[in-house]
Design a binder for this molecule. Structure first.
Ligand SMILES: C[S@@+](CC[C@H](N)C(=O)[O-])C[C@H]1O[C@@H](n2cnc3c(N)ncnc32)[C@H](O)[C@@H]1O
Length: 434
């Protein structure tokens, strides 16, 4: 049980208390009986990334309590800030929100309904895009269905939401156009590559991460906060539930009207900026090849725009624009010198630019920091092969093939692409057998 609890902590950042431990023990016993394996064998499979087992254990230890417009005052402030943004120059063409730990989706739909109702009726309103993420797949499936019972709509709905959730009490449905604004994905907030995974949807103007941190261990809270702050726009807000505030470092500015709305920008006097108007000061506003003027005082701000920078570098690399990709990578490494995803992308760019020595150094550093980064092993072996160092390349592939042993085929490997273990395994075998 200790190993399994450690695995849930390591993978998802989940804190396994007394009752979660009991649920986990029951789920383990049932999974072992169902598969005809010993409990130890099941734990080992989970440790190696067996997706089905991991999902069983996630369901055993997560709580999915949620409902529409929970903490209604937060949605009122969200609308007020969105409406204020419409007076900005230039006006935003899109407003993006993330529901991080969305459970069955009520929070994500509430965000979409609040934002759309706030901007509707204004000339050329901005597009609204909402993403909901959670580790619990059945919850995500329910969220995609957009159908809810009476308990999900337990509070009086705000007037401005009228016409968005329709149908009889036990079969309420979020209707268009609200429903179409929301996407859901099964994503782990504690994934070291969160920034990369969400790079295409980021940056977000609003991130709601409510009633999630209380289930995580302190180190995971720090990691998740770092990632989320990196996914915000310069003037974006990170919103927690009032009970979460005790877990949040005092580094953030709190909105003067509601301390649960946090931003990373401070006004010149050191206090919070006016509602909806934090002064822009981030990496996003600088030309890609300029350097930050000085190191940020706030360690969490160091991760500002990590997701966006990674996504930009990846996009430029894919488009073959190596000069600009290199410029972004050097900026990226200046801000995030220890992040494996940043080192990996920089390594890829150097490799494609023909700077083999530098690429090798970066990839080795990735592997020093994250020895099980399968794609980095693979890219390194490709690089070594290109250099004519065939036996070193082969040794790297053999090592990689051992690393992939026992991981289920459908497991998505950490990295900027959704590459499955099965695909990489077959490529590695092809190379080894060639
Ligand atoms: C109590 S619900 C909160 C729902 C919603 N945010 C709200 O406040 O109403 C907590 C959710 O966080 C999710 N969760 C816990 N750890 C997570 C992680 N590492 N990544 C993504 N979601 C996580 C759980 O699966 C669960 O659905």
């Amino acid at each position: 049980m200790d190993v399994l609890a450690g695995c849930m902590r390591g993978l998802y950042g989940l804190s396994i208390g007394e009752s979660a431990r009991e649920n986990l023990a029951t789920a383990l016993a049932m999974a072992a009986a169902g598969r005809g394996l010993s409990r130890g064998e099941c734990v080992e499979l989970a440790r190696r990334g067996d997706d089905q087992l991991l999902q069983t254990f996630v369901q055993a230890v997560t709580i999915h309590e949620t409902y529409f417009f929970r903490h209604p005052e937060q949605f009122e402030l969200l609308r007020a800030i969105a409406q204020e943004r419409l007076r900005d120059s230039p006006r935003p063409s899109v407003i993006r929100a993330l529901s991080a730990g969305c459970a069955s989706g009520e929070e994500a739909y509430s965000l979409a309904i609040a934002l759309l109702s706030a901007v509707q009726g204004t000339p050329s309103p901005p597009q609204i895009e909402v993403l909901g993420i959670d580790i619990d797949r059945p919850s995500i499936e329910k969220a995609c269905g957009a159908r809810y019972g009476r308990w999900a709509v337990r509070d009086l709905l705000p007037l401005w939401s009228q016409g968005s959730i329709c149908g009889p009490d036990e079969a309420r449905e979020v209707v268009e156009p609200y429903r179409g604004l929301v996407r859901f994905r099964s994503v782990n907030l504690h994934d070291p590559f969160l920034a990369l995974l969400l790079g295409h949807q980021a940056p977000f103007d609003f991130i709601f991460c409510r009633n999630v941190l209380m289930y995580l261990v302190p180190t995971a809270i720090t990691r998740v906060l770092r990632h989320l702050i990196g996914l915000l726009t310069p003037s974006g807000y990170l919103t927690f539930s009032p009970t979460d505030l005790q877990h949040i470092p005092k580094l953030f500015s709190r909105h003067p009207h509601d301390p649960t709305f946090l931003s990373r920008v401070r006004s010149a006097t050191g206090g919070a900026s006016a509602p909806g108007h934090p002064s822009p000061s981030s990496a996003e506003d600088r030309p890609v090849d300029s350097k930050p003027a000085s190191a940020p005082a706030d360690p969490l701000a160091e991760n500002a725009h990590l997701g966006q920078m990674l996504a930009n570098a990846k996009r430029l690399l894919d488009a073959g624009d190596l000069t600009r990709a290199r410029a972004i990578c050097s900026e990226l490494l200046r801000w995030h010198p220890h992040v494996p995803a940043a080192l990996y992308l920089a390594g890829l760019v150097e490799m494609e630019s023909g700077r083999a020595w530098r690429a090798e150094k970066l990839l080795l550093e990735v592997l020093e920091r994250q020895p099980d980064f399968a794609l980095a092993h693979f890219v390194l072996s490709t690089l070594l092969k290109r250099e004519g160092r065939n036996s070193e390349a082969r040794a790297r592939l053999v090592r990689l093939s051992h690393l992939l042993e026992g991981i289920p085929d459908e497991t998505i490997l950490a990295g900027p692409e959704e590459i499955t273990c099965g695909w990489l395994r077959s490529v590695v075998n092809d190379h080894l057998n060639a």
